[in-house]
Design a protein around this ligand. Structure first.
Ligand code: ZN
Length: 345
């Protein structure tokens, strides 16, 4: 039987826990397609799977990574609408498709929801088999490497801003780390929705790139206290929406930035999740704190059509060979990358 290379985590720890292993090339089951992977997109989630998260159990061993692009090279039985040779991107959330949440189009709220590379084997492999519902046509304007970098972060940012915070044209949103994966997606989505975008970034070069993505104001958080800058920019009134994913390092300041009736939406806690929240602040200012994880496949397909129409850009820092996955993790953790990092397969 033919074998393939993949990246596997068997035990949590440092970069040396990213093992390159050989496995049999999988055969697609009924309803599945097999994708010959060309590029694998990395997310911060990859680094959490490798490092481990206190209080959370990952089902190790796991093939890592959630995002990928490639070419369909085999079909299981009963697959309609996908053909061999199709260039596709992988939709990173797998659901049962039968429960009430799935049938309402909230497949990311399915109790049997899996994120590739987090709760089931992921995309960092030469071949991957997936339900046919988990591939979508690659947007025409994107190369394979770019296409591998967009799904998880755009799906996440879209669900946060559109579904949870219900950001509207004319409102002002603060986006933290505007050149990070979810940050760069949020800046573009918020700007496309007609909102005024204030973003933060660390250093002049990152700030310049965030402005080029459509942010109206960019605050260099190394030089200035972002909360006082937001106060100045908004004439003391604050922002309607804060897009949070940083956690402990920014949450207190983010709360101060909210206008009365403002919405805080969060999908992550890169710097830690234990934030003190003053209930007085929450009820006196009529604030909402909204959590969000992933997003629906339907919304992601809509985002991919917007890529097809040229309305969004992939923000790619670099592509590395799959064997250099450790270096890719290092770049993410050191925040050295000016955009997404992908692996070529
Ligand atoms: Zn379901």
């Amino acid at each position: 039987m033919a074998t393939m290379r993949c990246v596997v985590v068997r035990e949590h720890g440092g970069f040396d826990r990213l093992l390159q292993e050989e496995r049999d090339v999988p055969t697609p089951r009924r309803g599945e397609v097999r994708v010959r992977v060309r590029a694998v997109g990395l997310n911060h989630l990859d680094t959490w799977v490798r490092r481990g998260v206190p209080g959370h159990t990952f089902p190790l061993p796991l093939v890592t990574s959630s995002d990928a692009s490639g070419v369909v090279d085999a079909l299981g039985g009963g697959v309609d609408g996908v053909r061999e040779g199709d260039e596709v991107v992988v939709l990173p959330g797998v659901s049962c498709s039968a429960c009430e949440a799935c049938q309402q189009g909230f497949d990311h709220l399915c109790r049997r929801y899996d994120i590739l590379g987090e709760s089931c084997d992921g995309t960092a492999a030469e071949y991957v088999c997936l339900p046919a519902a988990n591939v979508a046509p690659k947007p025409r304007g994107l190369g394979m490497e770019e296409a591998a970098s967009v799904c998880l972060v755009f799906q996440t940012a879209w669900n946060m801003l559109v579904r949870r915070a219900e950001l509207r044209a004319g409102e002002t949103v603060l986006v933290h780390a505007g050149l990070s994966g979810v940050g760069s997606a949020a800046v573009q989505i918020a700007s496309a929705l007609g909102a005024q975008v204030i973003a933060t970034a660390g250093g002049a070069e990152k700030c310049r790139r965030v402005a080029a993505l459509g942010a109206h104001y960019v605050i260099d958080y190394r030089d200035a206290d972002f909360a006082s800058e937001v106060r100045k920019i908004t004439g003391k009134s604050g922002v309607e929406v804060v897009f949070e994913h940083v956690g402990e390092a920014t949450f207190g300041g983010s709360m101060k930035c909210l206008a009365r009736g403002g919405r805080m939406v969060t999908c992550g806690a890169t710097t830690g999740g234990d934030v003190g929240v003053s209930l007085h602040q929450v009820f006196f200012k009529s604030l909402s704190i909204l959590g969000s994880t992933m997003g629906s496949k339907g919304d992601l397909r809509q985002v991919l059509r917007m890529f097809d129409q040229g309305r969004f850009r992939a923000v790619l820092d670099r592509a590395l060979p799959m064997a250099e996955v450790g270096e890719a993790h290092r770049l993410l953790e050191a925040r050295e990358a000016l955009g997404k990092v992908v692996l070529t397969v």
